[in-house]
Design a protein around this ligand. Structure first.
Ligand code: GLU
Length: 457
């Protein structure tokens, strides 16, 4: 661990003088420090002025709340919630709400910073924010989950707004949770306008959600691969893929890529790891996960689905190490952050990693992958499809007009392809790996915005 003030390179981590200036704790394993370090490195490359660097190194607002919720057995439990508003120079704060037992302030801060960088990389007129509640949604009844969502909304109600800070789904939340939040906000909004439903995106379609939003992050992953893989000499038709995490992002990416001719040959989630050299029936696997809560047990389903597809036929259980060692063209980490550290990075047998999750690869992992010549298509580009369609949802709500799914998909692809091309251009211009290139492209835009806006007063 480096404790020196001078910039030094320690395990893929550069200790920028800004850390000392702002009094950051010297912990290179801290995810917030890691994310800021990545941002500052790219800031150096594009020559971002010092004043913009220090603004982006800290969130504008960090809100922490505690609120009681009545549990089904009648007792009350106190929950802790967060909303971090990182930056709104480009537009309203935007980003998901995570319900997970490991939600901590520093993680929420890094995820909020990633949202600022992501929205700028895709050139959306949105800023960055993130929030969450420390809880295990798998252990809450539907009634308890609803009361947590509504009471958390009440706790932050004066700090969010449809043109100020717009939450969305993230790990452990979904369209139903967004519906409860929107309803709580709208019911507490004592005007005669129905505009309060714009408070969140990722809503069910019945109450103003966008067609194509649920699959949007997975669709964006596929769009970026379609743009970038030919340049890496990898045809999608017949390519082998492994997927870590089979929730919203992983399962949709798997289903869409399978339809495009790829074979998903290994999957891992919190319940186990499976391999199938023939390629999984991702639609059937997603259906199994909805019922069973995870991939475990899928291998026991040897039958066929109503569509005639083989179910779990050919699938076998493997260990976590065997999962990482399965030879594939593309590995999609779509679970939680910091899962690919140097050990996992050494084990991987793939040519490309595309980050469906936010921050799944640590700086140490990144350094190993760069050394091994494995391309990493970073989160801020790869998973930006979700927030892009969130933006479309917000626009549709503002204009009271619903787009058809073809329009959503076509516009999403346009945004993703343009962002991928800007990343490749930056990679050539600055001669840096794709992660830094995406940050560089994003920071060039943020820098230009700060240049013309200036800094108040
Ligand atoms: N939680 C998603 C992300 O990390 C989506 C955020 C949004 O739609 O606002 O990008």
């Amino acid at each position: 661990m480096s404790t020196t003030a001078a910039p030094s390179k320690v395990s893929g981590f550069r200790w920028d003088p800004v850390f000392d200036e702002l009094g950051f704790p010297k912990d290179p394993d801290n995810m917030y420090t890691q994310t800021v370090a990545t941002m500052l490195e790219a800031a150096e490359v594009v020559g971002l002025p010092h004043r913009v660097k220090i603004i982006l190194a800290q969130p504008k607002n960090e809100l922490m709340v505690h609120f009681p919720v009545r549990m089904d057995d009648g007792h009350h439990k106190l929950f802790k919630g967060y909303r971090v508003q990182h930056n709104n120079a480009l537009g309203p704060y935007k980003g998901g709400l995570r319900f997970h037992p490991d939600v901590h302030l520093d993680d929420v801060k890094s995820l909020a910073l990633l949202m600022t960088i992501k929205c700028s990389a895709v050139r959306l007129p949105l800023g960055g924010g993130k929030g969450g509640v420390k809880c295990d949604p798998r252990k809450l009844s539907a009634g308890e989950l609803q009361r947590v969502a509504r009471r958390f909304t009440a706790a932050i109600i004066n700090d969010i707004g449809p043109d100020y800070d717009i939450p969305a789904p993230d790990v452990g939340t979904n369209a139903q949770v967004m519906a409860w939040i929107a309803d709580t906000y709208q019911m507490s909004n004592n005007t005669r306008s129905n505009d309060g439903m714009r408070i969140v995106t990722g809503k069910p379609v019945e109450i103003g959600g966008s067609l194509g939003r649920e699959k949007a992050t997975g669709q964006g992953v596929a769009d970026v691969l379609e743009e970038m893989l030919p340049q890496m000499g990898i045809p999608i038709q017949g390519m082998k893929v492994s997927v870590q995490g089979f929730g919203n992002v992983g399962s949709w990416a798997g289903r869409i890529l399978q339809k495009m001719g790829a074979r998903v040959v290994a999957v891992m989630d919190h319940t186990g790891c499976l391999r199938n050299d023939e390629g999984f029936d991702c639609e059937a696997l997603a259906g199994h996960c909805r019922e069973a809560g995870g991939i475990a047990g899928f291998e026991k389903h040897g039958g066929t689905t109503s569509s005639g597809n083989a179910h779990g036929k050919g699938a076998t259980e493997i260990t976590v190490d065997e999962f990482y060692q399965t030879p594939v063209d593309v590995f999609i980490p779509a679970a939680l952050e910091q899962m690919v550290q140097s050990r996992e990075a050494e084990m991987l047998q793939c040519r490309v990693i595309i980050e469906g999750a936010n921050g799944p690869v640590t700086p140490e992992g990144d350094e190993v992958l760069n050394r091994r010549g494995i391309h990493v298509i970073p989160d801020i580009l790869a998973n930006a499809g979700g927030v892009t369609v969130s933006h479309f949802e917000w626009v549709q709500n503002k204009t009271a007009h619903m787009w058809d799914e073809e329009t959503v998909d076509r516009e999403l692809k346009r945004y993703m392809v343009m962002a991928a091309r800007r990343t490749l251009l930056a990679a050539n211009k600055y001669d840096v790996p794709l992660r830094q290139a995406a940050y560089c492209s994003s920071l060039e835009h943020l820098g230009a915005v700060y240049k013309v806006r200036g800094i108040f007063p």
